[in-house]
Design a protein around this ligand. Structure first.
Ligand code: XMP
Length: 534
């Protein structure tokens, strides 16, 4: 028996599936995404309090369009499990239950006005703005269903059969552009499905402590690599709460960290979080290996490989102290990394959403983080954040007493400043880059903009330009500044600072950082650029 209620979301390939999962959790109910080809048995094994069928890019009439799981209609009818179909999900239900779906005369993409029927079980307003993204539409609702909303262009926007506990929305309630979207989801989950909102980070904390204790037992030891980022710090703090000093943390200073980062994070780990952590000063090793290397991918490979070697050595050190190798390894893996997503179904589909589906993207960069640990070490894994989204990890961190300023820090890449220094990496230039970065970030904080920005950074360019300082000619370095807004790092917009702000930052950098006489600001979005320069 699960300790909390669960909503299963079947993923038909929508770009918004994860958003549905997050919205359900915002109501205080645990949600879990399953791929479109999950069997009915798999769905049942989650003991769902309700099932949501997501949108997707297919048309229900495509030959390869994903279907409802075999036996779904019979199971739902017998058990009366509440079901909500969104967009493609509604069309699947309409067709399976005896309604009709057709190619729409007018495709609806973007904001549309929708008119709800007063008194609908879903509680739809008589007029509201909703986000649509579909090329097919339901033309006839199945027997027993009421049509409870139409869009201003006349297409069917919602249907319901409260007796059967089945509901369908053609619009996307999970998207913030839909007015009252979250209220409709809440109504479905709490009132129509009658699910208890029993998912909170306080419960997760207690539950995870029990799970970790049961898994590790009374005597085993656990090793953890701290990156200085939020996920590994929260995971380690949680494990420490469960098993105390049988946890052994390692923090590797690769010489590619930000200004005074080593002392800042070590103070946090030791003095605030009381984690048993060993700091490995490996600047010389990394910079030695990186000397003369300009190719970004080679840099990343060197850093990833050396990190693994050092972690290996540290595991051996711990095992010498203990007399045996630690049995477990903690990783700060998050839910978005483990969601088993639907393959892009019927990519030519005309029915569903624009831009949906999971495309296998080309490799842009080989990402490195502390997740990529030794393959040949036989550790059992502890991944206490596997079920959580980033915002939930922050909330859990708060419950564990991790300072809020730390939890809300901008992301920082595993290979550190190496991917922000174009061309050769030298200690001297790294120090310059650190000083520039520190000024930029502090100015952003002082202007109260830190939390509006997803990530801000300085980049060291391998060129010198002519300048004039005092009365003399200089031939000094150029640095670039970059700040972006984003919700998940997949796409990003450059941040439009006030010119006054940029001018203050630029003059501080040129006055305070020796060797820099020119500052440029990066105005590229992602795509076509990436967030990091390398
Ligand atoms: P890009 O540059 O690919 O970055 O647009 C997207 C986000 O990922 C971060 N990033 C990394 N994070 N290891 C990490 O842990 C890496 O190798 C890595 N490379 C990029 C980047 O900072 C941004 O937040």
């Amino acid at each position: 028996m699960s300790l909390h209620s669960t909503v299963v979301i079947v993923d038909y390939g929508s770009q918004y599936t994860q958003l549905i999962a997050r919205r359900v959790r915002e109501v205080g109910i645990y949600s879990f995404i399953l791929p479109a080809d999950a069997t009915l048995e798999r769905i049942k094994s989650c003991e769902p309090g309700a099932i949501i069928l997501s949108g997707g890019p297919s048309s229900v009439y495509d030959s390869d369009a994903p279907e409802l799981p075999a036996g779904f209609v019979e199971y739902q009818a017998a058990e009366k499990v509440p079901v909500l179909g969104v967009c493609y999900g509604m069309q699947l239900l309409a067709r399976a239950l005896g309604g009709e779906v057709e190619k729409a005369k007018v495709r609806e993409y973007g904001r549309m006005i929708v008119n709800g029927t007063p008194g609908s079980a879903l509680g739809l307003a008589s007029e509201f703005q909703a986000w649509m993204s579909h090329g097919d539409e339901t033309k006839k609702v199945p027997p027993g269903f009421g049509l409870v909303a139409k869009s201003s262009s006349g297409s069917f926007a919602a249907m319901e059969n409260p007796a059967a506990k089945i509901y369908g929305l053609q619009f996307h309630p999970e998207v913030t552009h839909t007015e009252g979207g979250q209220a409709v989801l809440k109504k479905f989950l709490l009132e129509l499905a009658g699910i208890k909102a029993d998912w909170s980070m306080k419960n997760v904390l207690e539950e995870q402590i029990e799970i970790i204790r049961a898994k590790v037992g009374e005597t085993a030891h656990v090793i953890c690599a701290l990156s200085g980022g939020v996920d590994s710090a929260v995971a380690a703090t949680l494990v420490h709460r469960a098993i105390g000093d049988r946890l052994h943390c390692v923090f590797v200073d690769n010489g590619l960290l930000r200004f005074e980062e080593q002392s800042r994070v070590m103070t946090l780990f030791k003095e605030r979080l009381h984690l048993p952590v060993t700091c490995v000063d490996a600047e010389e090793r990394f910079l030695g290996l990186l000397a003369g290397v300009a190719d970004p991918e080679t840099k990343r490979k060197i850093i990833g490989g050396e990190f693994i070697r050092i972690f290996d050595e540290q595991a051996l050190r711990v095992s010498r102290e203990l007399g045996h190798l630690p049995e477990f390894l903690v990783q700060g893996t998050l839910y978005p990394d483990v969601i088993e997503s639907s393959p892009a179904p019927g990519s030519s589909g005309s029915g569903g959403e624009l831009g949906g589906g999971r495309k296998h993207s080309a490799k842009i960069k080989s990402h490195h983080n502390v997740g990529g640990l030794p393959k040949d070490m036989r550790f059992q894994l502890i991944e206490p954040l596997r079920d959580l989204f980033k915002d939930e990890v922050r909330e859990l961190g708060k419950q564990l007493g991790v300072p809020v300023e730390f939890l809300q820090r901008h992301p920082f890449p595993g290979p550190g400043l190496a991917v922000r220094m174009i061309g050769d990496i030298t200690k001297e230039n790294l120090d310059t880059l650190r000083a520039v970065d520190e000024i930029f970030i502090n100015e952003i904080r002082e202007a109260g903009l830190y939390h509006e920005i997803w990530q801000a950074m300085a980049i060291f360019l391998p060129i010198r330009t002519v300048g004039v300082q005092g009365d003399g000619r200089t031939h000094d370095h150029v640095v670039a500044l970059r700040a972006v807004t984003s919700s998940d790092g997949m796409t990003a917009d450059w941040y439009a600072f006030e010119p006054k702000f940029l001018s203050r930052v630029s003059s501080r950098i040129c006055n305070e950082v020796r060797g820099v006489s020119r500052v440029v600001y990066d105005i590229s979005s992602k795509p076509p650029a990436t967030i990091e320069w390398e």
